[in-house]
Design a protein around this ligand. Structure first.
Ligand SMILES: [Zn+2]
Length: 437
């Protein structure tokens, strides 16, 4: 049902005669504008970006209308396209380039230097922008320390193009619960995470993370997933309840939120009792978990794209991955029906940035029963709620005071959600980073 559009577009970059020091407002003309917050479609809208934010004050709009009439200001003509707020992917790994197997993971951590990985991350960031993702919550550097904090800074200062990053530094597990594993005990291997053991040590680890500027704390709540004799699901919990409580308490005390990788109810119980802010993956969400998440307004990042990516290679050695895929569909439907806040998160980096488009996640969600509007809200309204206030402005919206991020697609995602995989224009921090040919 994709509409075919063959209108030619003109991108006008005309001087307004303003002093060279002041950046000119960018005026964008949208054929349609989707507002996920209110689920409304506006036709023929002008959006004005000024000073890194959307400005819909009367003066700005009058200036925009004048600009449209006279061509006197910088005008990006997207009148043949549908505009949306810049998208948020709330679960990525910029420092990772696909790790369907343990070998692929170990190779990156062992053979690639941190500077090399940072260079690859800038290429990944460019791909994310190209796909319309202007804000990323990056959940773990996988052995690359606080390189995500450096990336956040480099992108914010526009040293290289990249999305707004909320950084988590190294994710956290106790000793022995995360790669690199399986090497000779005589070798000192690098860790993909920051290890802590015992409540005091874990509290200190959170403080250490905060010292180096993380926005979020990422923990691995469970691992080693297995089926119980009665057909249920379980896993090995990583942290004790005391340790998890200490992590969450200290993070919240320092005004940081906590994201918990948690695949089965074993992990969910501990993570939710401690008060985490989001459950990542959540492949097996039972009724008790769903109830608790609704009551506590804990967000769920389903990361369906990565689950689809890893199930083939991983199930060759362990059939549990195919079973997790099947379970995750049921969990998604259960959570959606019950009203769990579902935030868009793909685990990009867990799959190769250049092989899969993060926006595929929208299609999976719609195929699994979500309405297109609600799917669009996961990457805007709901993800923005999860991330909380940001110094740049409001996220996931295009009203006055929202960040100057916009994506345009050819066609109507409400009729064909696959359209989200074909961006034609992207604006990040008020700069046009992609425009129609
Ligand atoms: Zn992840």
């Amino acid at each position: 049902m994709k509409r075919s559009l063959s209108l030619s577009l003109a991108v006008l970059a005309l001087s307004f005669g303003a002093p060279r020091v002041a950046a000119q407002p960018l005026v964008v003309k949208c054929g349609k504008l989707l507002d996920p917050a209110t689920r409304t479609v506006h036709a023929g809208v002008l959006v004005v970006f000024d000073g890194g934010k959307v400005s819909d004050t009367k003066a700005a709009l009058a200036a925009a209308e004048n600009a449209a009439r006279t061509g006197a200001k910088v005008l990006l003509d997207l009148s043949a396209y549908t505009c949306l707020p810049g998208l948020i992917d709330a679960h990525t790994h910029l420092l990772l380039q696909g790790d369907a197997t343990a070998e692929e993971y170990d190779e990156q951590v062992l053979k690639e230097s941190t500077p090399y990985r940072a260079l690859r991350a800038t290429a990944a960031a460019r791909i994310a922008l190209d796909h319309g993702f202007t804000t990323l919550r990056d959940l773990g550097t996988e052995g690359a320390g606080f390189t995500d904090v450096d990336l956040r800074k480099a992108f914010a200062l526009e040293i290289v193009p990249g999305p707004r990053v909320l950084a988590a530094g190294p994710a956290m597990t106790p000793t022995g619960r995360y790669p690199l594993l399986g090497y000779s005990w005589e070798r000192k291997m690098p860790d993909g995470v920051l290890k802590c053991d015992g409540a005091d040590d874990c509290r200190k680890a959170v403080r250490w993370q905060a010292q180096y500027g993380v926005d979020w704390i990422k923990v691995y709540a469970d691992g080693s997933y297995y089926r119980t004799p009665d057909g249920g699901w379980a896993s090995v919990p990583n942290f004790t309840q005391d340790e998890m409580n200490a992590i969450v308490d200290e993070a919240h005390r320092l005004r940081k939120k906590v994201a918990a990788h948690s695949m089965t109810p074993t992990g969910h119980r501990i993570a939710l009792a401690a008060g985490v802010d989001s459950i990542e993956h959540g492949d097996v969400l039972d009724d008790e978990t769903v109830k608790a998440m609704v009551a506590k307004k804990v967000a769920y990042c389903p990361t369906i794209t990565v689950a689809d990516f890893v199930k083939g290679p991983r199930s060759k050695t362990n059939p549990i991955w195919d079973q997790l895929w099947a379970a995750s569909q049921e969990s998604f439907k259960r959570a959606y029906k019950a009203g769990v806040p579902i935030a868009f998160g793909t685990d990009a980096g867990g799959f190769d940035w250049d092989k899969r488009n993060q926006a595929e996640e929208f299609s999976f969600m719609v195929a699994w029963g979500m309405t297109p509007w609600d799917a669009l809200r996961t990457a805007t309204t709901v993800a923005a709620d999860l991330l909380g206030p940001h110094k740049d402005g409001k996220l996931g919206c295009l009203d006055d005071g929202c960040v100057a991020d916009l994506v345009a697609v050819a066609g109507d995602p409400l009729l064909d959600i696959k359209t989200m995989e074909k961006t034609v224009a992207v604006i990040s921090r008020g700069k046009v980073v992609k425009k129609p040919d």
